[in-house]
Design a protein around this ligand. Sequence first.
Ligand code: S3P
Length: 481
Amino acid sequence: MGPSGRRIKNGARLAMHLCGCQSPAPFQEDDRMPHTPSPQTFRPAGPLRGSIAVPGDKSISHRALILGAMAVGETRVSGLLEGEDVLASAAALRAMGADITRDDDGTWHVHGVGVGGLLQPASAIDCGNSGTSARLLMGLVASHGITVSFTGDASLSKRPMGRVIDPLSLMGASFTASPGANGTQCFPLMLEGAHPAVPITYRLPMPSAQVKSAVLLAGLNTPGITTVIEPVPTRDHSERMLRGFGAQLDITQEDRARIIRLTGQPELQPQDLTVPGDPSSAAFFMVAATLVEGSDLTIRNVGMNPTRAGLVGVLRAMGADIEELEPREVGGEPVADLRVRHAALKGIEVDPAVVPSMVDEFPVLFVAAALAEGTTVTRGLDELRVKESDRLATMAAALEAVGIRVEESEDGLTIHGTGGEPLRGTANARIKTHLDHRIAMSMAVAGLASRDGVEVDDVAPIATSFPRFESMLSAVTPRPA
Ligand code: S3P
């Protein structure tokens, strides 16, 4: 039995003790199928050409389902990302009373229970690999008078939950979490919601949209005004969508900090939503088309929210040729088509101030840096150590395995690029992805720009955020017969 199996067993005892449940046990070892890794080799390929549309934005998709579940009436969502992470949120919301269905044409229908209407789920909520499901749903549950057990896969069970436990405890919720490394509080855990919860003013100790959103979602069913202070602004999809559903949200700016005040217990109005394409998924194609000679690729319908679009500016500063076409608005979010043509890159020092606007794009930026001329220096990336994997350590090892010289510091990587020469490739090694979808996709891009190909140990996690990644990549990189 693996470490996560052991933790689930401990969690079962802990949860039964807390709620006096006998059957069904909130955590059961048999609930989870063992994960079978799926290795794959990504080989050098010809130019990326044509036009693609990447799937819906993951962050916005989670929020569309969650706020739809908090409205009374029917919310319709088109363009929803149908990746495993978002489906985990859908299953959780169904288990707590929302009615969520999908039409054959891909439109999703959410019949919400209203703010305060969540029901006690019959069994544990399994968030799989999804930190966003975990933290946002914990926030939502924290101000309902229900008790919920949360579980996740081996990657999620290592990630710190103290960052949401702290503010939600101040609001009155109680938690029994599993002990993680270095005194962290981890999944599986048991959450007893507070009803009524207490409104708080919370200054985010780290730049995290998940923590911000957890507090705001808890604030929905809390009387009075819940305030979040963000010293460093992060993605603002929750704020945009809360307003769209009719919540009263006042946002002010003091110096760089954003102060967000939510008035509790609104009646949310169901919406018709269209989810724009995910810039974090587009990132792999932006870098691939930049690196592979002769490429000319248009990526349609890419979310360009300034709190998410940092990679475009950084790649341009390195010399990339990215043209923004037809800027427009979709579902309250800025969107554009991006035409990306091959260009030679040069190494730069990346300004730490841009980190929150491209926090998920660093693994693939590191691949771009590996093919640039000169050295790329990154700092301020402490948060990358607590993503689906420790992305600094994982990417340093991955790039070394394909022949790149990398120096790892506490909070960043320094990468010495090849100046456009193909990467060597993995030869007899396999890249360890540690259940991290973005590492797998980044190293797939590295494979296209390699001499011998890059073998990754497991592509299965790609389905958490980008189910058709591999077929889309094959479609735009036809290989010679
Ligand atoms: C997300 C916020 C980010 C990001 C994650 C999605 C969200 O996490 O890495 O993929 O949807 O709010 P943090 O809040 O931990 O930075």
